[in-house]
Design a protein. Sequence first.
Length: 68
Amino acid sequence: MAPAGTPESIIQKVNADLRKVVAIPEVVERFETLGTYTRDLTPAQTGEFIRSEERLWWPIVRQVNQKR
């Protein structure tokens, strides 16, 4: 995640560095002990993942909120 208007070169640099870090075996293991996992995604793939999660979960959130 980055603020709107962040230069593409910065987004690409942060993404490349983050992908290196989350590929380190000790980092992967630590995430697994926390009950989660990492994903090796590009910025575009991350955006699509977030949109797909919104499509999945927003109807459920709305349904739960209507029952309150």
